[in-house]
Design a protein around this ligand. Sequence first.
Ligand code: SF4
Length: 495
Amino acid sequence: MTYRPTLRAHVHVEGDQLVDGLLQRRYPLEGAAAALAPVLDGIAEWSTIRSTLVASGHIDEDVDAALRRLLLLHAVEGAGDQLVAKLGRVVRREEAVPTSILDGARFGCQGSGACCQGYAFGPLTDDDVAGLDALDLATAFPHVEPPYVEANDGGRYLRRTGVRCVFLGDDQRCGLHARFGADAKPSFCRLYPLDSFGTIEGIRVVDRGSCATFAISSRVGLPLVDDLDRVRPLLNPPLLHHPLALVDGWAWDYGLFLRFTTAATTLIRRNLGTASETLHAIGRCLDALTVATARCPLEPGQPDAIVSAVLAIADASWYRAPRDEAAARGARTLGTLLRAFGRALTAAIDEGRAGASSARLGELAVLIDHTAGALATHGGRATAAAVPAAEIDQALRISLRQQLFGRHVLVGGHAGAGLVRIGVIQLLALAGARIDAGDRIDAVDLNRGHMLATRGFYSGILDDVLVAHEPSWRELLDGLSLATRLPYLDAESRD
Ligand code: SF4
């Protein structure tokens, strides 16, 4: 087949950068890619371009890799045509995308009041502030001294008393809600813990997982589909979230990455293994995609065709436990990672970077320290799987789906680090449960660890540590598959 690759009309080269005029982004061009991109004019044949670049001193593998990098960015015609066409329609507002939620997603507030403590409550919108100004707060809250709103870091926030919102009552209920009704609350309170963001597949509305009663609220709460009429007006005009996804140093267009996460969330629904086994299986799938795309044929229709072929592999074949020695090695690397998390949290708290979350992050640091200690004691031994109770596994499976569907699936753009973060959240939820409740844990016992871990990890304070360990993501997933199975967090790990 004659292949005459050409850059897309909205992509051009400026100096040593590739400029994407559709997304208003620039990518650095280095080595063979810098020589290749300017000559992709749709006239010269690929074989001629390749031999010319090799003759000028470039290594043939580097020239092939340079074209693959452009294909994975969907910068060349014939690569991701349908996705790019849709992206263009969405960016130009020629096509509206629907609201998109996970099948079966639920949320129901259990009234713990924990989400009204230990946070920065805002930023408030102009409408939020105007709404508060219109209320007779002085009469309703005679014990609360105004002001009710304070400026901080360029935004406006509800004032706190200690770690608590000034409107949180002693009964752990919202005073604004109790006295004036649900609509009197600022919009972020009415939306919490839901997050929303725009993708080319839809405006995603997803539980961010940081509710203090997650294992209940996400399993028995109101079906999200039945709450959408209330939720939709609260969604900010969603900006299109379309970052690059980085996998082993390769940059993928986000549309390509969405194909992987959609396959992953579908796999979770098939109940072929535990939540932990399924995360490991998803890691195997990402690994296979990475290997396949890094070698994809250089022809029109790639890398889409190779991605389709990998995703068509039978789901059950991704479930293969790591060998004992690989799991034990991974567990040791995981211990190193946990220690690094602990140091990063302590530093953030000591240096005042944790802000309103410092108490929660301090609790998280203690939980991580216990987990790392127990892992060091027991983690080198691969033992028979301790199969979690069905309700525990269901809660962890929901958490896994939500995180893969959510905005924070990548860490600093990195996909492998994102999977590790999800696995560590699973581990800390289980570890917290075993520390609090011993060997006979229920789903509700997951709540504390899950809440602390999601709050801590989504604060961004641990992102640098995760990114620094990104090269070990496969090994860490092997270690997590062991660590989440070990019955090691027993009484001896407790204070
Ligand atoms: S206004 Fe109500 S819901 Fe919002 S943080 Fe304060 S107590 Fe919680």
